[in-house]
Design a protein around this ligand. Structure first.
Ligand code: IPM
Ligand code: MG
Length: 360
């Protein structure tokens, strides 16, 4: 099978972890006789430096043409004090919107080999296995009006959190479909005791749930959910929530997995006529400028994102499983980067990539 993939390395450690993910992709493709056809594009800070905009039209065209997009991370410190619409992150929000990838799947699981990497007690973390489904193309990230106006005592900033019924319905259906193939439980997270978008969210989720009588549904307010995630993580199977709540809770979930470097993500939109998903695949972590260029970055999140891509965008379940098994083998071998607190000398980013490729 031909695998037409756009690679967007982005900024900081994005390029470093993406290189290892591509290495693993080549290995699994050759083992299973597929042909990767890769193109590369600019996104984020590097795109601003080279073209003046975080999401050049050329990148949009490449992404629309590719079967799937693999992304590193975006964000550079020199843009820290720049207005939101001129920042590297705006490129990421733009490409999510252009591709229409409204459901962001962030699996959070604990690996036996990493129980000691989490600051939480082993007995609490052990057995964690959930997917956070984050709505990705709506809510406060995109709502208008937005902006800062006035000056002095009259300076005022506004953002808008808005959701339509169809936006809630489609991401909820993704969550329920996932739950049907797992432990058949969906937890919807909102703030319906205070905000209207959450009241609509809860109402629509309850309606959609009626289409899935085999799946149980419960609801948590987001503050309680934040607490339950670290008190009783095994209670979660599929957690579905709006864009910003999902952003925040998934970083909290990283503590359960041992390091934010472990978390992959798959952002999917509607199915194509072929049955494959339009998809954007990226690790959950950011560009980490503080460790960029030091070969310290953990590439497992990026490598796991390749596995997700093989599964969702190409329907290649065995290939995805081979990557995930190789990740597990390397974790058990202890050849991991410093963030996972190995007992021996930490491995470099490319040593981990080599080890995973070898284990396939
Ligand atoms: C994430 C990141 C992004 C987000 C940033 C970099 C814009 O935190 O993917 O979780 O908030 O969506
Ligand atoms: Mg985030």
């Amino acid at each position: 099978m031909q695998l037409n993939i756009l690679i967007l390395p982005g900024d900081g450690i994005g390029a470093e972890v993406t290189r290892e993910a591509v290495k693993v992709l080549h290995k699994v493709a050759s083992k299973f006789h597929h042909e990767p056809v890769l193109s590369e594009g600019l996104l984020g800070g590097i795109a601003i430096h080279k073209t003046g905009t975080p999401l050049p039209q050329e990148t949009i065209d490449l992404a629309l043409k590719a079967d799937a997009t693999l992304m590193g991370a975006v964000g550079l410190p020199e843009f820290d004090n720049v207005a939101p619409d001129k920042r590297p992150e705006r490129g990421l929000l733009g490409i999510r919107k252009v591709l229409g990838v409204y459901a962001n799947l962030r699996p959070v699981r604990s690996y036996k080999a990493l129980l000691d990497s989490s600051p939480l007690k082993n007995a609490l973390v052990d057995g964690t296995d959930m997917i956070i489904v984050r709505e990705l193309t709506g809510g406060i990230y995109y709502g208008t009006p937005r902006g800062i106006e006035g000056s002095g005592a009259n300076e005022r900033a506004v953002n808008t959190m808005a959701y339509t019924r169809p936006e809630i319905e489609r991401v909820t259906r993704v969550a329920f479909h996932l739950a049907q193939n797992r432990r058949k439980k969906v937890t919807s997270v909102d703030k319906s005791n205070v905000i209207e978008t959450s009241q609509l969210w809860r109402k629509v989720v309850i309606e959609v749930a009626a289409e899935f009588p085999d799946v149980t549904l419960d609801h948590l307010l987001v503050d309680t959910a934040a607490m339950q995630l670290v008190l009783n993580p095994r209670r979660f199977d599929v957690l579905v929530t709006e864009n910003m709540f999902g952003d925040i809770l998934s970083d909290e979930g990283a503590v359960l997995a041992g390091s934010i470097g472990m978390l992959p993500s798959a952002s999917i939109g509607d199915k194509k006529p072929s049955g494959a998903w339009v998809g954007l695949y990226e690790p959950v972590h950011g560009s980490a400028p503080d460790i960029a260029g030091q070969s310290k970055a953990n590439p497992f999140g990026a490598i796991g994102s390749v596995a997700a891509m093989l599964e969702y965008s190409f329907g290649l379940k065995d290939e995805a499983a081979a990557v995930n098994r190789a990740v597990e083998t390397v974790l058990n071998s202890g050849r991991v980067t410093a963030d996972l607190k190995p007992s021996g000398k930490p491995a470099t980013t490319s040593e981990v990539g080599d080890a995973v490729a070898e284990a396939i």
